[in-house]
Design a protein around this ligand. Sequence first.
Ligand SMILES: [Zn+2]
Length: 293
Amino acid sequence: MSSGPPVQKEYRRDDSCRIEAMWDVGEAPPRPGEPVEVAAGVHLLLAPNANHWTYEGTNTWIVVGDGRAVVIDPGPTDPGHLDRIDEVVRGAGARVETVLLSHHHGDHSQAASAVAERWQAAIRPRVQQGVIPDGTRLDLGRRTEIRTLSTPGHTSDGVSFSLGDRRVMLTGDTVLARFNPYISHPDGTVADILGSMARIADLVDDDWILLPGHGPAVREPTTYLHARIADRQRRIDQIAGLLADGVAREQITDHVYAKVDDQRRPAARASVEAILHYLDTRAVRMREKGSTV
Ligand SMILES: [Zn+2]
Protein backbone atom coordinates (compact mmCIF):
# COMPACT_ATOMS: atom_id res chain seq x y z
CA MET A 1 0.00 0.00 0.00
CA SER A 2 1.43 3.32 -1.01
CA SER A 3 1.53 6.08 1.55
CA GLY A 4 2.57 8.77 -0.93
CA PRO A 5 0.77 10.76 -3.56
CA PRO A 6 -0.59 8.78 -6.51
CA VAL A 7 1.92 8.68 -9.33
CA GLN A 8 0.57 8.48 -12.84
CA LYS A 9 1.21 4.97 -14.13
CA GLU A 10 -0.10 5.53 -17.63
CA TYR A 11 2.57 5.87 -20.29
CA ARG A 12 2.49 5.86 -24.03
CA ARG A 13 5.68 5.20 -25.88
CA ASP A 14 5.12 7.98 -28.36
CA ASP A 15 7.47 10.75 -29.44
CA SER A 16 6.85 12.97 -26.44
CA CYS A 17 8.08 10.24 -24.08
CA ARG A 18 11.00 8.89 -26.06
CA ILE A 19 14.28 8.48 -24.23
CA GLU A 20 16.73 10.45 -26.36
CA ALA A 21 19.95 9.46 -24.69
CA MET A 22 20.83 8.15 -21.28
CA TRP A 23 23.93 7.98 -19.16
CA ASP A 24 23.95 4.34 -18.12
CA VAL A 25 26.14 2.47 -15.66
CA GLY A 26 29.44 1.51 -17.30
CA GLU A 27 29.27 4.32 -19.86
CA ALA A 28 31.46 7.40 -19.95
CA PRO A 29 29.74 10.43 -18.38
CA PRO A 30 28.63 13.29 -20.60
CA ARG A 31 31.14 16.12 -20.79
CA PRO A 32 30.49 18.91 -18.29
CA GLY A 33 28.81 21.75 -20.17
CA GLU A 34 27.40 19.54 -22.93
CA PRO A 35 23.70 19.01 -22.22
CA VAL A 36 22.02 15.68 -22.91
CA GLU A 37 18.25 15.41 -23.38
CA VAL A 38 17.67 12.10 -21.58
CA ALA A 39 13.88 12.16 -22.02
CA ALA A 40 11.57 14.56 -23.83
CA GLY A 41 12.10 17.92 -22.16
CA VAL A 42 14.41 16.50 -19.47
CA HIS A 43 17.97 17.76 -19.93
CA LEU A 44 21.02 16.66 -17.97
CA LEU A 45 23.85 19.15 -17.58
CA LEU A 46 26.80 17.72 -15.68
CA ALA A 47 28.42 20.42 -13.52
CA PRO A 48 32.22 20.90 -13.65
CA ASN A 49 32.69 20.07 -9.97
CA ALA A 50 33.98 16.48 -9.95
CA ASN A 51 35.63 15.57 -6.64
CA HIS A 52 35.59 12.80 -4.02
CA TRP A 53 32.18 13.97 -2.71
CA THR A 54 30.46 14.51 -6.08
CA TYR A 55 32.06 11.65 -8.11
CA GLU A 56 31.78 12.80 -11.77
CA GLY A 57 30.11 16.05 -10.62
CA THR A 58 26.61 17.24 -9.76
CA ASN A 59 23.81 16.37 -12.16
CA THR A 60 21.87 19.56 -12.88
CA TRP A 61 18.46 18.79 -14.37
CA ILE A 62 16.52 21.20 -16.58
CA VAL A 63 12.90 20.20 -17.19
CA VAL A 64 11.13 22.12 -19.93
CA GLY A 65 7.41 22.17 -20.68
CA ASP A 66 5.45 24.67 -22.70
CA GLY A 67 7.78 27.70 -22.56
CA ARG A 68 8.36 27.14 -18.85
CA ALA A 69 11.39 25.49 -17.30
CA VAL A 70 12.42 24.26 -13.89
CA VAL A 71 16.07 23.90 -12.88
CA ILE A 72 16.60 21.11 -10.35
CA ASP A 73 19.88 21.25 -8.40
CA PRO A 74 21.67 24.10 -10.19
CA GLY A 75 24.97 22.96 -8.63
CA PRO A 76 28.06 25.12 -8.13
CA THR A 77 28.31 28.86 -8.89
CA ASP A 78 30.59 28.29 -11.84
CA PRO A 79 29.97 31.08 -14.40
CA GLY A 80 30.32 28.70 -17.35
CA HIS A 81 27.84 26.26 -15.81
CA LEU A 82 25.35 29.08 -15.20
CA ASP A 83 25.71 30.21 -18.82
CA ARG A 84 25.17 26.63 -20.09
CA ILE A 85 21.97 26.38 -18.00
CA ASP A 86 20.72 29.60 -19.62
CA GLU A 87 21.60 28.29 -23.09
CA VAL A 88 19.65 25.05 -22.57
CA VAL A 89 16.61 26.96 -21.34
CA ARG A 90 16.75 29.57 -24.13
CA GLY A 91 17.44 26.88 -26.72
CA ALA A 92 14.20 25.19 -25.68
CA GLY A 93 12.32 28.49 -26.08
CA ALA A 94 11.58 28.66 -22.37
CA ARG A 95 12.28 30.71 -19.28
CA VAL A 96 13.10 29.46 -15.78
CA GLU A 97 10.09 29.71 -13.48
CA THR A 98 11.35 27.78 -10.48
CA VAL A 99 14.61 26.48 -9.05
CA LEU A 100 14.06 23.26 -7.13
CA LEU A 101 16.50 21.66 -4.70
CA SER A 102 16.64 17.95 -3.92
CA HIS A 103 18.33 18.84 -0.60
CA HIS A 104 20.41 21.61 0.94
CA HIS A 105 23.98 20.30 0.32
CA GLY A 106 26.11 22.96 -1.36
CA ASP A 107 27.11 20.87 -4.37
CA HIS A 108 23.41 20.91 -5.37
CA SER A 109 22.22 24.25 -4.01
CA GLN A 110 25.10 26.73 -4.23
CA ALA A 111 23.96 28.34 -7.51
CA ALA A 112 20.25 28.48 -6.61
CA SER A 113 20.23 32.22 -5.88
CA ALA A 114 22.33 33.05 -8.95
CA VAL A 115 19.98 31.16 -11.30
CA ALA A 116 16.90 32.57 -9.59
CA GLU A 117 18.27 36.12 -9.91
CA ARG A 118 19.07 35.71 -13.60
CA TRP A 119 15.50 34.61 -14.33
CA GLN A 120 13.53 36.30 -11.53
CA ALA A 121 12.52 32.79 -10.55
CA ALA A 122 11.38 31.34 -7.23
CA ILE A 123 13.57 28.93 -5.23
CA ARG A 124 11.89 26.00 -3.51
CA PRO A 125 12.61 25.17 -0.80
CA ARG A 126 14.12 28.50 0.24
CA VAL A 127 14.88 27.11 3.67
CA GLN A 128 15.16 23.51 4.71
CA GLN A 129 12.54 20.96 5.50
CA GLY A 130 8.87 20.90 4.78
CA VAL A 131 8.76 23.99 2.58
CA ILE A 132 7.78 21.95 -0.45
CA PRO A 133 4.84 19.95 0.81
CA ASP A 134 4.76 16.32 -0.20
CA GLY A 135 2.72 15.83 -3.36
CA THR A 136 3.11 19.40 -4.66
CA ARG A 137 2.45 19.58 -8.40
CA LEU A 138 4.22 21.88 -10.84
CA ASP A 139 2.51 21.91 -14.20
CA LEU A 140 4.87 23.13 -16.92
CA GLY A 141 2.44 22.46 -19.77
CA ARG A 142 2.87 20.05 -22.68
CA ARG A 143 2.11 17.04 -20.44
CA THR A 144 5.01 17.93 -18.21
CA GLU A 145 4.05 17.75 -14.57
CA ILE A 146 6.48 17.43 -11.71
CA ARG A 147 5.25 16.01 -8.40
CA THR A 148 7.30 16.26 -5.25
CA LEU A 149 7.92 13.36 -2.95
CA SER A 150 9.45 13.74 0.48
CA THR A 151 12.43 11.35 0.62
CA PRO A 152 14.58 12.12 3.69
CA GLY A 153 17.47 9.94 4.83
CA HIS A 154 20.64 11.17 3.10
CA THR A 155 19.59 14.47 4.72
CA SER A 156 16.39 15.36 6.59
CA ASP A 157 15.17 17.64 3.79
CA GLY A 158 15.46 15.21 0.85
CA VAL A 159 12.91 15.62 -1.94
CA SER A 160 12.49 13.57 -5.13
CA PHE A 161 10.68 14.77 -8.24
CA SER A 162 8.43 12.49 -10.24
CA LEU A 163 7.51 12.99 -13.90
CA GLY A 164 4.83 10.32 -14.14
CA ASP A 165 4.15 10.87 -17.82
CA ARG A 166 7.82 10.17 -18.63
CA ARG A 167 8.12 7.38 -16.06
CA VAL A 168 11.09 9.22 -14.69
CA MET A 169 11.95 10.20 -11.12
CA LEU A 170 14.76 12.55 -10.09
CA THR A 171 16.04 11.30 -6.77
CA GLY A 172 18.82 13.70 -5.70
CA ASP A 173 21.15 11.86 -3.32
CA THR A 174 18.44 9.52 -2.00
CA VAL A 175 19.25 6.86 -4.59
CA LEU A 176 22.42 6.56 -6.66
CA ALA A 177 23.31 3.93 -9.24
CA ARG A 178 26.31 1.68 -8.40
CA PHE A 179 26.18 2.04 -4.58
CA ASN A 180 24.19 3.42 -1.67
CA PRO A 181 24.79 7.11 -0.90
CA TYR A 182 26.19 7.95 2.53
CA ILE A 183 23.93 9.10 5.34
CA SER A 184 24.70 12.63 6.48
CA HIS A 185 24.47 11.87 10.23
CA PRO A 186 22.99 13.38 12.39
CA ASP A 187 20.82 15.24 9.85
CA GLY A 188 20.10 12.08 7.85
CA THR A 189 18.99 8.85 9.51
CA VAL A 190 18.91 5.15 8.68
CA ALA A 191 15.20 4.87 9.48
CA ASP A 192 14.45 7.72 7.06
CA ILE A 193 16.59 6.38 4.21
CA LEU A 194 15.10 2.89 4.49
CA GLY A 195 11.60 4.41 4.50
CA SER A 196 12.37 6.63 1.48
CA MET A 197 13.89 3.78 -0.54
CA ALA A 198 10.88 1.58 0.17
CA ARG A 199 8.54 4.42 -0.72
CA ILE A 200 10.15 5.02 -4.11
CA ALA A 201 10.25 1.26 -4.82
CA ASP A 202 6.53 1.18 -4.06
CA LEU A 203 5.64 4.13 -6.29
CA VAL A 204 7.55 3.16 -9.42
CA ASP A 205 7.89 -0.08 -11.33
CA ASP A 206 10.76 -1.55 -13.32
CA ASP A 207 9.80 0.39 -16.48
CA TRP A 208 10.67 3.64 -14.72
CA ILE A 209 14.11 5.24 -14.71
CA LEU A 210 15.60 7.03 -11.71
CA LEU A 211 17.82 10.01 -12.44
CA PRO A 212 20.12 10.63 -9.47
CA GLY A 213 21.93 13.74 -8.25
CA HIS A 214 25.28 12.15 -9.16
CA GLY A 215 26.30 9.48 -11.61
CA PRO A 216 24.39 7.43 -14.17
CA ALA A 217 20.71 6.47 -14.34
CA VAL A 218 19.12 3.65 -12.38
CA ARG A 219 17.31 1.11 -14.56
CA GLU A 220 14.73 -1.39 -13.22
CA PRO A 221 14.43 0.71 -10.07
CA THR A 222 12.07 -1.48 -8.03
CA THR A 223 14.39 -4.50 -8.31
CA TYR A 224 17.42 -2.27 -7.77
CA LEU A 225 15.99 -0.59 -4.67
CA HIS A 226 15.05 -3.89 -3.02
CA ALA A 227 18.63 -5.09 -3.56
CA ARG A 228 20.04 -1.85 -2.11
CA ILE A 229 17.69 -2.00 0.90
CA ALA A 230 18.99 -5.54 1.51
CA ASP A 231 22.58 -4.17 1.28
CA ARG A 232 21.79 -1.58 3.93
CA GLN A 233 20.17 -4.23 6.10
CA ARG A 234 23.27 -6.44 5.80
CA ARG A 235 25.47 -3.53 6.84
CA ILE A 236 23.25 -2.88 9.89
CA ASP A 237 23.45 -6.57 10.85
CA GLN A 238 27.23 -6.58 10.31
CA ILE A 239 27.71 -3.61 12.67
CA ALA A 240 25.33 -5.09 15.25
CA GLY A 241 27.44 -8.28 15.08
CA LEU A 242 30.71 -6.38 15.59
CA LEU A 243 29.28 -4.60 18.64
CA ALA A 244 28.09 -7.94 20.02
CA ASP A 245 31.64 -9.26 19.54
CA GLY A 246 32.95 -6.43 21.69
CA VAL A 247 34.45 -4.23 18.95
CA ALA A 248 34.69 -0.63 20.19
CA ARG A 249 32.36 1.86 18.50
CA GLU A 250 35.26 4.03 17.30
CA GLN A 251 36.86 0.99 15.62
CA ILE A 252 33.76 0.06 13.61
CA THR A 253 34.53 2.27 10.58
CA ASP A 254 37.99 0.69 10.23
CA HIS A 255 36.45 -2.79 10.35
CA VAL A 256 33.63 -2.11 7.92
CA TYR A 257 35.32 0.28 5.49
CA ALA A 258 38.91 -0.95 5.67
CA LYS A 259 39.56 -0.16 2.01
CA VAL A 260 38.00 3.31 1.92
CA ASP A 261 40.59 6.03 1.24
CA ASP A 262 41.13 9.01 3.51
CA GLN A 263 39.05 11.37 1.36
CA ARG A 264 35.93 9.17 1.55
CA ARG A 265 36.48 8.28 5.22
CA PRO A 266 34.33 11.14 6.68
CA ALA A 267 31.35 9.92 4.60
CA ALA A 268 31.96 6.31 5.70
CA ARG A 269 32.19 7.43 9.32
CA ALA A 270 28.93 9.42 9.02
CA SER A 271 27.12 6.33 7.68
CA VAL A 272 28.52 4.17 10.50
CA GLU A 273 27.48 6.78 13.11
CA ALA A 274 23.99 6.78 11.58
CA ILE A 275 23.79 2.99 11.92
CA LEU A 276 25.07 3.10 15.52
CA HIS A 277 22.39 5.68 16.30
CA TYR A 278 19.78 3.47 14.62
CA LEU A 279 20.89 0.44 16.69
CA ASP A 280 20.90 2.51 19.92
CA THR A 281 17.37 3.75 19.22
CA ARG A 282 16.20 0.23 18.40
CA ALA A 283 17.74 -1.14 21.62
CA VAL A 284 16.04 1.57 23.72
CA ARG A 285 12.71 0.83 22.05
CA MET A 286 13.09 -2.90 22.69
CA ARG A 287 13.98 -2.28 26.34
CA GLU A 288 10.94 -0.01 26.75
CA LYS A 289 8.74 -2.63 25.14
CA GLY A 290 10.20 -5.29 27.44
CA SER A 291 9.64 -3.19 30.56
CA THR A 292 5.94 -2.72 29.82
CA VAL A 293 5.27 -6.44 29.38
ZN1 LIG B 1 24.10 15.42 -0.69
